[in-house]
Design a protein around this ligand. Structure first.
Ligand SMILES: Cc1cc2nc3c(=O)[nH]c(=O)nc-3n(C[C@H](O)[C@H](O)[C@H](O)COP(=O)(O)OP(=O)(O)OC[C@H]3O[C@@H](n4cnc5c(N)ncnc54)[C@H](O)[C@@H]3O)c2cc1C
Length: 484
């Protein structure tokens, strides 16, 4: 192959055959190899590939460009993405900890409120967002929740995504987004879970969702590729349910917020200073040494949410839990789109397109992990995920893993639901935490609600108070029967 000049080390071989019996396409293996080197700032040994051997505008070239981009110094990289190295002021009306989708949605909604003229600072410890849940997400949206509030939050998310340009002031730079409506299909193999699906469908239908309950025969008739013999019931909705381009939504929240004057700074919040009576956060300390006074503080720090709250002496039942993703190529692609299928084994998979699919899951032993632990569980695919998938969809006997990664949920151990709104005593500390596996789709409604609280001291559109912190101290779970 032109350009392939390094075959000395076993490093490239590791990419060509990451595990026994698993082989990657050569070109992909080469680019990944170089990307790995570039991401550690080693650019002098990018000798597996000569740029001249790549076709212009190919996915490979873009991947390599991204890798080279990632090899720059942190400061250079941050500047390239519109981050300032330090805040312009010492005082801000709103300081947002975490500049991923929740923080950026809140910042953007604040700029849209005519009653808000304040200064907003977004602090982000990692401007590459490499480990943020926002980046590592499945990026799907559903109406199949069991609580009216979660359904309404997602319905607004769906409307928002599909009218993104309108919400962004009709800006013609903003693309028109659509939801890829392959739907979610929950499968029940026990009477207990079938009863949950039936009850959920009633709540969903009452709230305008198009959920249909399907017998195993009906599932087989609509999707002949499933094995259904062990099933009792399925629950499917294909209306505003499926994949959406969460990265583009995130990108436009950020771009528009910045254009409206919000400052994004690459720095880490290292401490919070409370007032003497303990009822207010007076200032945030930054790793760089700066101290910033604040009116409001929004905790949008994802898996670090509990750590941030702890700095204000507040306990938050949120911990990082690992969730794994595999991208697969099928030797014989399915003859119709694969709904996001939630198998009774807990394994789930969805359509990507072009014979490619994404699968997700986690180990049966699912403890809290270290905040920086993103190591891959290589045994899990062969021990649990693949057997479950191939049993449910026999055509998936012949699939090849082309990519895989570990992400982290900000897992709410009380009820796997969001914690939002103010702390009852530290009134200027607002939560945006614990979204577990459904935060991307909730970001439009959550950012809007948080901005309303800051500006008006109450919710003006959707009442989010059922998700406030008070339920944590009372031990009152908002039970959601449809958690993935
Ligand atoms: C594998 C996986 C699949 C998922 N699939 C879906 C899905 O299909 N649909 C869906 O709706 N949701 C999904 N989710 C959940 C969704 O991605 C998250 O709920 C959502 O992205 C959370 O956004 P966030 O902004 O709160 O947190 P994050 O994206 O984690 O961002 C938090 C940010 O805060 C920054 N930060 C942390 N501490 C500090 C500090 N001290 N100072 C400054 N910055 C700090 C971090 O660097 C990070 O950028 C999935 C999540 C995972 C992991």
């Amino acid at each position: 192959m032109p350009g392939l000049v390094e075959l000395r080390t076993d490093n490239l071989e590791r990419h060509i055959e990451p595990r026994p019996k698993v082989s990657w396409p050569l070109r992909r293996a080469i680019v990944t190899h170089d990307a790995e080197l570039a991401s550690t700032s080693i650019t002098t040994v990018l000798d597996a590939l000569r740029a001249g051997s790549l076709e212009a505008d190919s996915g490979d070239l873009r991947a390599l460009a991204a890798a080279l981009h990632a090899s720059g110094s942190d400061r250079m990289r941050a500047a390239m993405q519109g981050f300032a190295a330090e805040p312009k002021h010492d005082t801000y009306d709103v300081v947002i900890i975490g500049g991923a989708i929740m923080g950026s949605s809140t910042a953007w909604w604040l700029t849209q409120n005519p009653d808000f003229q304040g200064r907003v600072l977004v602090l982000e410890r990692d401007p590459t967002y490499a480990k943020a849940a926002t980046t590592l997400s499945f990026s799907c949206i559903r109406q199949q929740f069991s609580t009216e509030l979660n359904i309404k939050i997602s319905q607004f998310g769906g409307d928002f995504v599909q009218s993104l340009r309108g919400w962004m002031g009709g800006d013609t730079r903003v693309p028109d987004l659509r939801i890829q409506n392959f739907g979610y299909l929950y499968l029940a193999d026990t009477e207990g879970f079938a009863a949950v699906l039936r009850a959920n469908q009633k709540v969903q239908a009452a709230n305008g969702a198009g959920t249909r309950l399907l017998t195993p025969d009906q599932i087989k008739a609509e999707f002949p590729f499933y094995e259904v013999d062990d099933l009792i019931l399925g629950s499917l909705n294909t209306l505003d349910e499926g994949y959406f381009d969460g990265s583009t939504v995130f990108d436009w929240f950020r771009r528009k917020a910045r254009e409206a004057g919000v400052e994004y700074v690459a720095d880490e919040v290292s401490d919070l200073k409370l007032s003497q009576n303990g009822q207010q956060i007076q200032s945030v300390s930054l790793a760089s040494g700066r101290t910033i006074s604040c009116g409001w503080v929004v905790n949008a720090s994802g898996t670090r949410g509990a750590k941030m709250a702890g700095m204000a002496g507040i306990s938050l039942p949120i911990e990082p839990r690992k969730r794994f993703t595999w991208v697969l190529q099928a030797e014989r692609p399915l003859d119709r789109p694969l709904p996001l299928t939630i198998d009774p084994s807990g394994v789930f998979a969805r359509e990507v397109g072009g014979g490619t699919y994404m699968a997700g899951g986690y180990a049966d032993h699912d403890p809290a992990v270290d905040l920086d632990d993103f190591s891959m569980d290589y045994g899990l695919w062969e021990d649990k995920i693949w057997p479950a998938l191939a049993t449910r969809i026999p055509a998936f006997e012949a699939v090849k893993v082309i990519s895989e990664w570990a992400g982290q949920y900000d897992y709410n151990t009380l009820d796997q639901n969001a914690v939002t709104g103010p702390h009852p005593e530290v009134r200027n500390f607002l939560f945006l935490n614990g979204f577990s596996g459904h935060g991307l789709q909730q970001s439009p409604a959550m950012g809007r609600g948080t901005a309303e609280w800051i500006v008006h001291g109450c919710y003006r559109t959707l009442d989010l108070s059922a998700l406030h912190y008070e339920r944590v101290t009372a031990g009152r779970a908002v039970v959601e029967g449809a958690i993935i």
